[in-house]
Ligand binder design. Sequence first.
Ligand code: NAP
Length: 302
Amino acid sequence: MNTQPLAATGVNFPEIGLGTWDYHGGIEPLRAGFELGATFVDTAESYESEPVVGQAVRGMRERVFVASKVSPEHFRAADVRRALDASLLRLGLDHLDLYQLHQPNPAIPIAETMGAMEALVDAGKIRFIGVSNFSVAQLQAARQALRKHPLVSNQVRYNLADRTIEAELLPFCQAQGITVIAYSPLSRELQRIHDCDPEGVLPEVARATGKTPAQVVLNWCLCQDGVVVIPKGNSVAHVRENCGASGWRLTPDQKRRLDEKLQFRRRSATEMALRSMVPSGLAPLVKRSLGLLPRSLRRRMR
Ligand code: NAP
């Protein structure tokens, strides 16, 4: 398993971590990942996976980089402290390696939230501060609000079929040394990436590399400087396969063919802004409604 630097912290962590949203695989898939060097696991107070992550980490805490997230409704200073304590309790841990703001909340001043995050670092309850789903402007505001400790990461959607971050956010993070943690790197369903590949370039590259399509898809993300991925696998087989996406690289030519032939999308700034306005409680309803649309239209909307 290759490792990558976490921003300028001097800490290296695995370039493949284990996502746990909608995770119901028990401890075995997580343990299988740890054994293969994917000693980085991502959870959130909203995922309901903190207890199983805690069980999987037990007995090997020193080897595993544990990341969780605080939900936007808990961005008031006292709520941040309470949310962390509740996460630590569910995880059975005394500290987190990375604590991330799950998504921006314009209703609460970022200075208040970041002040609370810095106090948690000072108290030894978290090692590093990160964010998720932040735009360039929101990253700049978050960094300005931090007085003592750096902002080390931004967790955002990135995969072969959705390359929105390449326009502005990825270059900014690379220039500023903010690690990008790519979520939904398999596009939540590998078939969605095949749907964007009318010429069958993905299976062709997979054959040429001797890797599986999923491994190629993950490796494509890792070809970008400063990007790590956190695929979710509910089975030992999926996790093992995903770990095999590290330790090698696509050739420049293979990457270029994927870049050129897959019909990726980039969400516009307007679409991103509209999406960020959907209250998290309504997200499942919106998702169900999108599911009723014809497949071709659905792919454009997601
Ligand atoms: P993903 O990792 O892109 O895709 C997960 C799906 O791919 C699951 O259906 C999984 O099936 C399947 N899969 C896994 N490995 C596979 C393989 N080798 N071959 C074929 N299919 C495979 O999607 P995601 O769960 O949305 O994203 C990953 C993680 O990112 C999440 O778990 C979460 O930790 C994080 N995330 C963060 C945010 C945020 O707002 N910060 C948002 C979304 C996700 P099985 O489940 O059957 O294994």
